[in-house]
Design a protein around this ligand. Structure first.
Ligand SMILES: Cc1cc2nc3c(=O)[nH]c(=O)nc-3n(C[C@H](O)[C@H](O)[C@H](O)COP(=O)(O)OP(=O)(O)OC[C@H]3O[C@@H](n4cnc5c(N)ncnc54)[C@H](O)[C@@H]3O)c2cc1C
Length: 478
């Protein structure tokens, strides 16, 4: 629906959108091919204009196409003359359009996935979508929105799975008591909730950012569709973060669900097995998590180079701070320790990414060939965004009436910050040791130590507090 809403002509919108909105028409999105998955622009499907200019003739093959068993419309990407990557709207009843058998998948078995074949499929010239040679804009902008939606979707799944986990843990009795009484199980229940809550906090934040940006654009005269697209483009980094963080949180949550269910977790008679299989696809489609991690860093560096954000100034300030004596300022105010830790997390990311960028500029490092460093920087960016979103949410909750007591939200926040600090330290160390050595590395590692001062928390008792709220509610309750 979105490719037509964002890029369609008025006639295309009138013809297809009402049916798509009412549900009479279903659609599919055909980008991937057997030889081009992550490298989507390497597609081989081609389109050639007939001599009378009336039709584009499509030949080629698409793979892994969701909804293809029953879709009425296909948004298809093909190269005009084998070169210009372009979008088309193809109707199901087109002659020459055929389908493979349903794929025998690991999970999401309720979703139709087939190959789609094009053999001299004549597509009316008016069904060309957007501009010739600009198909990549459609493909990638739709993926931005798709990543946001995937992040939101997986959180729904994670909450459901967390609820089922606590219900089972309350019901299942071993050694004379419900397994939810055991510390090892409480750790899992709490951790399921912490990860879900952190990603959800980021989702609320990005939803709001997208909405504000779209409203601003509409006030400035953009149409609804233009405004939505602009917003998704502006927050493409955040959308990629939600996709990666959400899908990985869900995989953690379903994995622990299987464990909490024990032997029943391994049986198709209980819900855990299906959830475990269904969740796994989310790290693969809408751009794999590796591709999304690389995009996150790539987009950040590109924006810095264009001057859209200032990375160099803050990175330089951190460098100067490294050469000065540490300040002994006392931390004060509500959530002061978390606010200070967040500033320090930012400094670690700036120090690490800034140093890598400088090495690259000095010709001592080729980041394209050092993907491990990009992965570490992306991991730190994700941690930072989640930690900040969580702090903003918990701080806001502290001034609101809620059914959960604030100490429990604070326990989520503190446990998350405690763990995030260690994860960020590890990612930074992995990256720094990959490109620095000797005195330079020693300086960076001292900086890392200086910026890793979040006080250690008694995470055992904090997790027990979180678990007791879940156990009492017999559901995910945050
Ligand atoms: C159930 C299902 C439904 C799908 N639905 C659709 C759909 O409706 N429409 C559609 O167009 N597509 C769809 N897809 C395709 C999906 O988007 C692709 O599978 C995905 O983009 C990955 O491409 P690939 O499978 O070719 O993997 P590959 O690109 O071959 O990747 C294999 C591995 O290599 C890694 N890798 C690839 N390139 C790099 C690189 N440059 N650097 C580092 N690592 C790299 C990947 O991260 C991955 O781990 C679907 C797939 C599935 C399984």
């Amino acid at each position: 629906m979105l490719p037509i809403l964002y890029y369609g002509t008025e006639a295309q919108k009138q013809k297809y959108l009402p049916g798509l909105i009412s549900g009479e028409l279903k659609a599919a999105y055909c980008l991937t091919e057997p030889g081009s998955g992550s490298d989507a622009l390497a597609a081989k499907t081609r389109a050639d204009l007939t001599s009378d200019g009336q039709f584009y003739v499509l030949n080629g093959q698409k793979m892994w196409i969701t909804n293809s068993g029953f879709a009425d419309l296909f948004i298809v990407f093909a190269k005009i003359g084998g070169e210009k990557f372009t979008g088309f709207i193809v109707e199901r009843n087109s002659e020459g359009l055929t389908f493979g058998a349903e794929e025998n998948k690991l999970g999401i078995k309720g979703s139709s996935t087939r190959q789609v074949f094009f053999e001299n499929v004549h597509v009316p010239a008016e069904n060309l979508l957007g501009e010739i040679g600009k198909g990549h804009l459609i493909a990638f902008n739709i993926l931005n929105v798709g990543r946001f939606k995937l992040g939101v979707g997986v959180m729904g799944g994670a909450k459901k799975v967390a609820s089922l986990s606590v219900q089972y843990a309350n019901e299942r009795v071993q050694f004379g008591e419900p397994i939810s009484h055991f510390g090892a199980i409480q750790h899992k229940l709490a951790e399921q909730a912490i990860r879900t809550f952190a990603v959800e906090s980021a989702i609320y934040r990005v939803s709001n950012l997208l909405e504000i940006k779209a409203q601003e654009a509409m006030h400035a005269g953009a149409s609804y569709a233009e405004a939505r697209q602009l917003a998704a483009e502006e927050y493409a980094i955040e959308c990629a973060i939600l996709k990666v963080a959400g899908s990985e949180a869900l995989d953690y949550v379903v994995d622990e669900m299987v464990q909490i269910y024990g032997g029943m977790g391994y049986s198709e008679e209980a819900p855990a097995a299906r959830a475990y299989r269904d969740a796994r696809i989310n790290r693969i489609f809408e751009g794999t998590n590796e591709i999304n991690r690389m995009l996150t860093v790539d987009m950040l560096f590109k924006r810095a180079m264009k001057g859209a954000i200032d990375l160099v100034g803050p990175a330089w300030a951190v460098q100067k701070e490294l050469a000065s004596m540490p300040s002994m300022e006392a931390v004060t105010g509500a959530y002061g320790e978390e606010k200070k830790a967040l500033e320090d997390f930012k400094k670690i990311v700036l120090m690490t990414a800034g140093a890598a960028a400088k090495m690259q500029m000095d010709g001592k490092l080729n980041l394209k060939e050092a993907q491990e460093i990009l992965m570490s920087v992306a991991d730190m960016m994700i941690e930072l965004f989640l930690a900040e979103s969580l702090l903003l949410r918990v701080e806001k909750l502290s001034s609101m009436e809620t059914s959960i007591d604030q100490d429990t939200y604070d326990a989520i926040l503190q446990t998350h910050f405690h763990d995030a600090g260690f994860r960020i330290q590890k990612s930074s160390t992995d990256a720094l040791t990959a490109f620095a050595e000797g005195d330079l590395l020693r300086t960076f590692l001292m900086g890392l130590k200086r910026f890793s001062k979040y006080p250690p928390r008694n995470v055992m008792s904090l997790r027990r507090k979180i678990a007791s709220a879940l156990i009492e509610a017999n559901a995910y309750c945050f």
